[in-house]
Design a protein around this ligand. Structure first.
Ligand SMILES: Cc1ncc(COP(=O)(O)O)c(C=O)c1O
Length: 287
């Protein structure tokens, strides 16, 4: 069965789905997106993703295209029509279609909404988590509003390609002070030499990862000492563990940074436990 997409009020075969060539997402990256993990056909971390979607839209003065309740129905119906149980739901909302002009179009321009669903092979993801992954580092070169989840992802795409060509799965951005900001599509964490779980604070120019936020709760409930404090690449190399979080990766151990081993060179107990606890909680709270 071919994939089904939701495009501006209609469910269509994804192969036939089209958006206008003057869509502002296409011409100006004037669009935001969200990605939910799907467990057993249900949306993980619903509240966190809806809250961030509303914030991203409001920062750009794009109206919410429909109520949260209606949007939830659209997302779930797209999932149902694709018969996907374990996967990812992608939502993109652009400022809509209008004759090309950098400034905003008139207030009557409806936002354009696209939803797609893809399948995830959970067994393969678990195998990857059990082996751990490599990351590379790259200079931070993005705009100053990484807190808004826009589709303007060219620097992220270039960084990811750099990682892929180096045999790694993620690139960590490093700012002018030598501090890791985040990954090209994930947040970065370490268990430092003192045993403290650390991830960068959200005063910094990073995306406020929804998985990051849930995992902070999970880690505190598990009794870990947690600090939202940046770390350098050297601190990450001296750490006992490192990992990344995101709707796509969940909690994924990092075992090499720029070709050098982290800790024992294998996934550590904290990351492994946090992955399990996060998945348990995501399943229990999915809608
Ligand atoms: C730049 C960046 N940071 C962090 C994340 C992780 O965010 P979340 O946990 O909400 O998926 C993503 C996810 O796509 C991302 O693109």
């Amino acid at each position: 069965m071919g994939r089904i997409a939701y495009v501006n009020g209609r469910f269509v075969r994804q192969a036939d789905a089209v958006v206008g060539i003057e869509d502002r997402g296409y011409q100006f990256a004037d669009a935001v997106y969200e990605v939910w993990a799907l467990f057993d056909g249900k949306l993980a971390d619903p509240e966190g993703h809806f809250a961030r979607l509303e914030r991203s839209l409001s920062e750009l003065r794009i109206p919410m295209p429909m109520s949260r309740t209606a949007l939830t129905l659209v997302l779930k119906e797209t999932v149902r029509r694709n018969r996907v149980s374990e996967g990812l739901v992608y939502l993109q909302v652009s400022r809509g279609e209008a004759p090309r002009d950098h400034a905003f179009p008139g207030p009557g321009t409806p936002p354009a909404v696209v939803v797609t669903v893809s399948r995830v092979d959970r067994a393969a993801s678990e195998a990857r988590a059990a082996a751990g992954v490599a990351v590379v580092t790259t200079p931070e070169n993005r705009w100053a509003r990484c807190d808004i989840k826009t589709v303007g992802l060219l620097p992220n795409a270039l960084a990811k390609q750099q990682a892929r060509e180096a045999g790694a799965v993620e690139a960590w951005y490093v700012d002018d002070l030598g501090l890791v900001t985040e990954g090209a599509s994930s947040n970065a964490w370490i268990v430092d030499a003192e045993g403290v779980l650390r991830t960068r604070d959200t005063q910094a120019n990073i995306l406020r990862g929804v998985t990051r936020l849930s995992l902070l709760d999970v880690a505190r409930e598990a009794g870990l000492t947690v600090e939202e404090r940046p770390f350098t690449v050297d601190e990450a190399l001296a750490a006992s563990e490192a990992f990344i979080t995101g709707a796509g990766t969940l909690v994924l151990p990092v075992v090499r940074i720029d070709g050098r081993s982290v800790g024992s060179g294998a996934p550590g107990p904290v990351a492994r436990r946090l992955r399990q606890l996060y998945i348990q909680r995501a399943k229990a709270t999915a809608v």
